[in-house]
Design a protein around this ligand. Structure first.
Ligand code: NAD
Length: 477
């Protein structure tokens, strides 16, 4: 596995050494590649072609579509090492985690290749003896997707696999920082037999202009967006003009609640996996730790020790380390949040000081003494920082946890079965992890409520999001 073999997955026409998008390695600032950018007219032409391609694709049997998706999955697995290296080079995500994302991303293609064959309609018991009532499930049509940089590969397969399984076509605009994984995926899809015009990746000359195109092109029937709540709102407003179908996977502010009766070691392990994976740049990662008074000090002490033991390094040289943030701007933003919290009275209790001097690294840190009013308790941090708040009662924990406009993921650690139920039911979130800090899987519906968005990815719900339900009535029977 070398950078050259990994970059060999990209078709030469997707690179542009003169005017291309500069893809930089966040771990050292080195130029990885220069990628061709598409303007509005070129992307509109891709949408037109995709709308033609979907007619033939949609007319195939579900089994035929499933076989092509399965071949794409097999190619992803076969090229797993190259895909992981590309991801590490462009996003900084350490190789160990990048390998995990290749498997996770591929699992959506495998799942939807199977689910493609189960898009059943219904025959509904009739209301009149001479009539029959039924539903058909049909593809939504041509779709457009916009994806973020934090999961450069899985955020794409979560959308493209169900779209193709349902019989749709799709044009994807990847994040500026991470187009290489997207382009490599496109190459493998086409090699597997996905018709070229059916699925296209279009790095943008200007993201907002492509967003506007997706919202106004009459052939785009659905937009699936994963990214910040701020941009999601812009897309929702613009897509209203043509009442386009939308899925919005937006930001979060996940509470991680630890009760006195919890297994503290299990909670610390869950906290480390949830908060520090991808250097804290995960929409579902624990963003604030609410810890009950009886275990507060023990939890803080153990979490601080686990954080202090983290190694921070370039993710190629150290596949198991914690890597850099996406860029210097992200480091400055996270540092400012930490400084502000310290200024407001929080204490740094566990921090890694040995951080590479070059590259966009931020030291992982635990902040104790955080209180509800502090900015850091209300904002999505998107960095390796664990703010800890103390609480006394279950009602107080639930109130603080729900006191946010976001509603993506929440975590609860408690041994009390009745309390587990109360929290699962009471937390106003799209997903709840009980005694576990890692919840994402292709078999379950991933998505949020409130300002974290709507729509679900993964599971049978993920396929339904790319299908229309058509009710038909047959009379004169
Ligand atoms: P972002 O909103 O800045 O960018 C996301 C994508 O939108 C990128 O491709 C970007 O180029 C594009 N974009 C930016 N401005 C646009 C505009 N005006 N019109 C159209 N497209 C535009 O978000 P980000 O910083 O890249 O990603 C981090 C955010 O994504 C975090 O808030 C995180 O929580 C969220 N996220 C959510 C999920 C989820 O499933 N809910 C998953 C991953 C990330």
């Amino acid at each position: 596995m070398t950078a050259d073999s990994a970059l060999g997955l990209l078709r030469p026409e997707t690179l542009d050494a003169n005017e291309g998008l500069r893809v930089l390695n966040p771990a050292n600032g080195a130029l990885v590649a220069m990628v061709r950018r598409y303007d509005v007219d070129e992307t509109a032409a891709m949408i037109d072609a995709a709308d033609v391609a979907r007619r033939e694709w949609g007319a195939r049997t579900a089994k035929q579509r499933s076989d092509v998706l399965r071949a794409w999955y097999d190619l992803m697995v076969a090229h797993g090492e190259d895909l992981a290296l590309l991801m590490t080079l462009e996003s900084g995500k350490p190789l160990g985690e990048a390998r995990g994302e290749v498997k996770y991303g591929a699992s959506f293609i495998e799942w939807f290749s199977e689910e493609a064959r189960r898009a059943y309609g219904e025959v509904i018991p009739t209301f009149a003896t001479d009539k029959r009532v039924l539903t058909l499930r049909q593809p939504v049509g041509t779709c457009a997707a916009i994806t973020p940089w934090n999961f450069p590969l899985a955020m794409i397969t979560r959308k493209v696999a169900p779209a193709l399984a349902a019989g749709c076509s799709i044009v994807v605009k990847p994040a500026e920082a991470t187009p290489l994984s997207a382009l490599a995926l496109e190459t493998l899809a086409h090699r597997a037999g996905v018709p070229e015009d059916l699925f296209r990746v279009a790095p943008a000359r200007k993201s907002s202009a492509i967003g506007d195109l997706f919202c106004t092109h009459p052939l785009v029937r659905k937009i699936s967006f994963t990214g910040s709540t701020e941009v999601g709102k812009v897309i929702m407003a613009k897509a209203a003009g043509q009442v386009k179908r939308l899925s919005l996977e937006l930001g979060g502010n996940a509470p991680f609640i630890v009760f006195d009766d919890a297994d503290v070691d299990l909670a610390v392990a869950g906290a480390m996996a949830s908060r520090f994976r991808n250097a804290g740049q995960t929409c579902v990662c624990a963003n604030r730790f609410l810890v009950q008074a009886g275990v507060h000090d023990a939890f803080v002490e153990k979490l601080a020790a686990a954080v202090a033991a983290l190694k921070v390094d370039d993710g190629v040289a150290s596949p198991g380390a914690m890597g850099p943030l996406i860029d210097e701007r992200a480091v400055e933003r996270v540092s400012a949040l930490v400084e502000q919290a310290v200024g407001e009275g929080a204490r740094r209790v566990g921090e890694v000081h040995a951080v590479p001097a070059d590259g966009a690294f931020h030291p992982p840190v635990v902040l104790a003494g955080v209180t509800e009013g502090m900015t850091i308790a209300g904002e999505e941090i998107f960095g390796p920082v664990a703010p800890v708040l103390r609480f006394d009662t279950e009602a107080e924990a639930l109130r603080i946890a729900n006191d946010t406009p976001y509603g993506l993921a929440a975590y609860v650690f408690t041994a009390d079965a009745a309390r587990q139920w109360r929290m699962m039911e009471g937390l106003e979130y799209g997903m709840v992890g009980v005694n576990d800090g890692l919840i994402s899987t292709e078999v379950a519906p991933f998505g949020g409520i409130k300002e974290s968005g709507f729509g679900r990815e993964g599971s049978s719900h993920g396929l339904a999001d790319y299908m229309n339900v058509k009710y038909c009535l047959v009379g004169g029977v």
